[in-house]
Ligand binder design. Structure first.
Ligand code: K2U
Ligand code: ZN
Length: 172
Protein backbone atom coordinates (compact mmCIF):
# COMPACT_ATOMS: atom_id res chain seq x y z
CA UNK A 1 0.00 0.00 0.00
CA UNK A 2 1.87 3.08 -1.22
CA UNK A 3 0.13 6.44 -1.52
CA UNK A 4 2.13 8.76 -3.77
CA UNK A 5 1.69 12.55 -4.03
CA UNK A 6 -0.43 13.80 -6.92
CA UNK A 7 1.05 16.59 -9.06
CA UNK A 8 -1.12 19.70 -9.34
CA UNK A 9 -1.19 22.29 -12.12
CA UNK A 10 0.60 24.43 -13.02
CA UNK A 11 3.40 21.86 -13.28
CA UNK A 12 5.39 21.29 -16.50
CA UNK A 13 5.59 17.57 -15.70
CA UNK A 14 1.84 17.30 -16.38
CA UNK A 15 2.50 18.42 -19.97
CA UNK A 16 4.80 15.48 -20.73
CA UNK A 17 3.80 12.97 -23.41
CA UNK A 18 3.96 9.59 -21.66
CA UNK A 19 5.77 6.58 -23.16
CA UNK A 20 4.36 3.16 -24.01
CA UNK A 21 5.03 0.34 -21.54
CA UNK A 22 7.36 -2.21 -23.17
CA UNK A 23 6.69 -5.18 -20.84
CA UNK A 24 3.90 -5.61 -18.29
CA UNK A 25 6.00 -7.03 -15.43
CA UNK A 26 5.84 -7.01 -11.63
CA UNK A 27 7.23 -3.46 -11.48
CA UNK A 28 4.35 -2.25 -13.68
CA UNK A 29 1.84 -4.17 -11.52
CA UNK A 30 3.31 -2.50 -8.39
CA UNK A 31 2.97 0.89 -10.10
CA UNK A 32 -0.68 0.10 -10.95
CA UNK A 33 -1.32 -0.80 -7.29
CA UNK A 34 0.35 2.44 -6.12
CA UNK A 35 -1.79 4.41 -8.60
CA UNK A 36 -4.95 2.80 -7.22
CA UNK A 37 -3.89 3.49 -3.61
CA UNK A 38 -3.15 7.13 -4.51
CA UNK A 39 -6.44 7.52 -6.41
CA UNK A 40 -8.53 6.16 -3.52
CA UNK A 41 -6.66 8.34 -0.98
CA UNK A 42 -7.56 11.40 -3.09
CA UNK A 43 -11.16 10.16 -3.50
CA UNK A 44 -10.84 10.03 -7.26
CA UNK A 45 -12.41 7.62 -9.75
CA UNK A 46 -9.57 7.70 -12.24
CA UNK A 47 -5.85 8.45 -12.34
CA UNK A 48 -3.13 8.58 -15.00
CA UNK A 49 0.46 7.59 -14.11
CA UNK A 50 1.75 11.06 -15.02
CA UNK A 51 -0.34 12.47 -12.16
CA UNK A 52 2.07 10.76 -9.75
CA UNK A 53 5.02 11.84 -11.89
CA UNK A 54 5.53 8.63 -13.90
CA UNK A 55 5.48 9.25 -17.69
CA UNK A 56 4.15 5.82 -18.67
CA UNK A 57 0.94 5.22 -20.62
CA UNK A 58 -1.03 3.69 -17.75
CA UNK A 59 -4.47 4.59 -16.34
CA UNK A 60 -6.46 3.21 -13.42
CA UNK A 61 -10.23 3.69 -13.23
CA UNK A 62 -12.76 2.52 -10.62
CA UNK A 63 -16.34 3.64 -11.21
CA UNK A 64 -17.75 0.94 -8.93
CA UNK A 65 -16.55 2.18 -5.52
CA UNK A 66 -19.39 1.32 -3.14
CA UNK A 67 -19.22 0.71 0.62
CA UNK A 68 -15.48 0.12 0.55
CA UNK A 69 -15.67 -2.35 -2.38
CA UNK A 70 -12.76 -1.55 -4.68
CA UNK A 71 -12.41 -2.72 -8.29
CA UNK A 72 -9.52 -0.75 -9.84
CA UNK A 73 -9.17 -1.52 -13.57
CA UNK A 74 -5.76 -0.81 -15.13
CA UNK A 75 -5.53 0.29 -18.78
CA UNK A 76 -1.98 -0.08 -20.12
CA UNK A 77 -1.03 1.52 -23.47
CA UNK A 78 -4.68 2.46 -24.11
CA UNK A 79 -5.62 3.52 -27.65
CA UNK A 80 -8.95 4.85 -28.93
CA UNK A 81 -9.74 2.91 -32.12
CA UNK A 82 -13.15 4.53 -32.82
CA UNK A 83 -15.16 7.48 -31.50
CA UNK A 84 -18.81 8.34 -32.19
CA UNK A 85 -19.78 11.50 -34.01
CA UNK A 86 -22.40 11.94 -31.31
CA UNK A 87 -20.98 14.11 -28.52
CA UNK A 88 -21.74 14.25 -24.79
CA UNK A 89 -21.11 16.94 -22.19
CA UNK A 90 -19.96 16.11 -18.64
CA UNK A 91 -18.94 18.43 -15.82
CA UNK A 92 -15.33 17.40 -15.30
CA UNK A 93 -12.89 17.86 -12.45
CA UNK A 94 -9.36 16.58 -11.97
CA UNK A 95 -7.19 15.59 -9.02
CA UNK A 96 -4.40 17.60 -10.67
CA UNK A 97 -6.61 20.67 -11.18
CA UNK A 98 -8.08 21.12 -7.70
CA UNK A 99 -11.27 23.09 -7.03
CA UNK A 100 -12.06 23.64 -10.71
CA UNK A 101 -15.03 22.06 -12.45
CA UNK A 102 -16.45 22.80 -15.88
CA UNK A 103 -18.36 21.25 -18.78
CA UNK A 104 -16.31 19.44 -21.41
CA UNK A 105 -17.75 18.04 -24.67
CA UNK A 106 -16.32 14.72 -25.85
CA UNK A 107 -17.43 11.84 -28.13
CA UNK A 108 -20.29 10.02 -26.36
CA UNK A 109 -19.06 6.49 -27.23
CA UNK A 110 -15.57 5.13 -27.88
CA UNK A 111 -13.90 1.84 -28.71
CA UNK A 112 -10.58 1.29 -26.93
CA UNK A 113 -7.74 -1.26 -27.05
CA UNK A 114 -5.42 -1.72 -24.08
CA UNK A 115 -3.32 -4.27 -22.17
CA UNK A 116 -4.60 -5.64 -18.83
CA UNK A 117 -2.47 -6.26 -15.72
CA UNK A 118 -1.29 -9.57 -17.21
CA UNK A 119 -0.23 -7.88 -20.44
CA UNK A 120 -3.17 -9.45 -22.31
CA UNK A 121 -4.76 -7.38 -25.12
CA UNK A 122 -8.32 -6.26 -24.31
CA UNK A 123 -10.91 -4.28 -26.28
CA UNK A 124 -13.74 -2.25 -24.79
CA UNK A 125 -16.71 -0.20 -26.00
CA UNK A 126 -17.57 2.56 -23.51
CA UNK A 127 -20.27 5.19 -23.13
CA UNK A 128 -21.43 7.47 -20.33
CA UNK A 129 -19.07 8.30 -17.49
CA UNK A 130 -16.57 5.57 -18.47
CA UNK A 131 -16.17 7.03 -21.96
CA UNK A 132 -15.62 10.50 -20.49
CA UNK A 133 -13.20 9.28 -17.84
CA UNK A 134 -11.17 7.21 -20.31
CA UNK A 135 -10.85 10.19 -22.66
CA UNK A 136 -9.97 12.51 -19.76
CA UNK A 137 -7.25 10.12 -18.58
CA UNK A 138 -5.92 9.49 -22.09
CA UNK A 139 -5.60 13.25 -22.49
CA UNK A 140 -3.25 13.14 -19.48
CA UNK A 141 -1.05 10.63 -21.35
CA UNK A 142 -0.60 13.30 -24.05
CA UNK A 143 0.06 16.12 -21.60
CA UNK A 144 -3.45 17.59 -21.98
CA UNK A 145 -5.58 18.76 -19.02
CA UNK A 146 -9.37 19.20 -19.21
CA UNK A 147 -8.91 22.98 -18.84
CA UNK A 148 -7.12 22.91 -22.21
CA UNK A 149 -10.55 22.21 -23.74
CA UNK A 150 -12.10 25.35 -22.20
CA UNK A 151 -12.29 28.81 -23.72
CA UNK A 152 -9.09 30.87 -23.54
CA UNK A 153 -10.71 33.13 -20.95
CA UNK A 154 -11.85 30.23 -18.73
CA UNK A 155 -8.48 28.45 -19.05
CA UNK A 156 -6.56 31.60 -18.13
CA UNK A 157 -8.85 32.20 -15.14
CA UNK A 158 -8.28 28.61 -14.02
CA UNK A 159 -4.48 28.88 -14.32
CA UNK A 160 -4.55 32.17 -12.39
CA UNK A 161 -6.57 30.54 -9.59
CA UNK A 162 -4.32 27.44 -9.52
CA UNK A 163 -1.13 29.56 -9.50
CA UNK A 164 -2.43 31.68 -6.61
CA UNK A 165 -3.40 28.55 -4.65
CA UNK A 166 0.08 27.08 -5.17
CA UNK A 167 1.77 30.30 -4.00
CA UNK A 168 -0.40 30.31 -0.85
CA UNK A 169 0.36 26.60 -0.27
CA UNK A 170 4.12 27.24 -0.66
CA UNK A 171 3.90 30.19 1.80
CA UNK A 172 2.45 27.73 4.31
O1 K2U B 1 -7.62 12.79 -13.76
C1 K2U B 1 -8.37 12.73 -12.79
O2 K2U B 1 -8.19 13.32 -11.72
C2 K2U B 1 -9.55 11.85 -12.94
C3 K2U B 1 -10.84 12.35 -12.37
C4 K2U B 1 -11.85 11.41 -12.95
C5 K2U B 1 -12.75 12.02 -13.92
C6 K2U B 1 -12.53 13.26 -14.49
C7 K2U B 1 -13.43 13.75 -15.41
C8 K2U B 1 -14.55 13.03 -15.74
C9 K2U B 1 -14.73 11.81 -15.17
C10 K2U B 1 -13.85 11.31 -14.26
C11 K2U B 1 -10.88 12.20 -10.84
O3 K2U B 1 -10.32 10.99 -10.44
S1 K2U B 1 -12.50 12.22 -10.28
C12 K2U B 1 -12.93 13.80 -10.22
C13 K2U B 1 -12.42 14.48 -8.99
C14 K2U B 1 -11.71 15.63 -9.13
C15 K2U B 1 -11.21 16.28 -8.02
C16 K2U B 1 -11.45 15.76 -6.76
C17 K2U B 1 -12.17 14.59 -6.62
C18 K2U B 1 -12.67 13.93 -7.74
ZN1 ZN C 1 -7.39 14.56 -14.58
Amino acid sequence: MTIRPILTAPDPRLQAVSMDVETVDSDIRTLVDDMADSMYAAEGIGLAAIQIGVAKRILVIDLDQKEGKKNPIPYINPKITWASEEMAVFEEGCLSVPEIWDDVERPARIRCEYLDRDGKKQTLEADGLLATCLQHEMDHLNGVLFIDHLSRLKKNMAIKKLTKAKKLQAAG
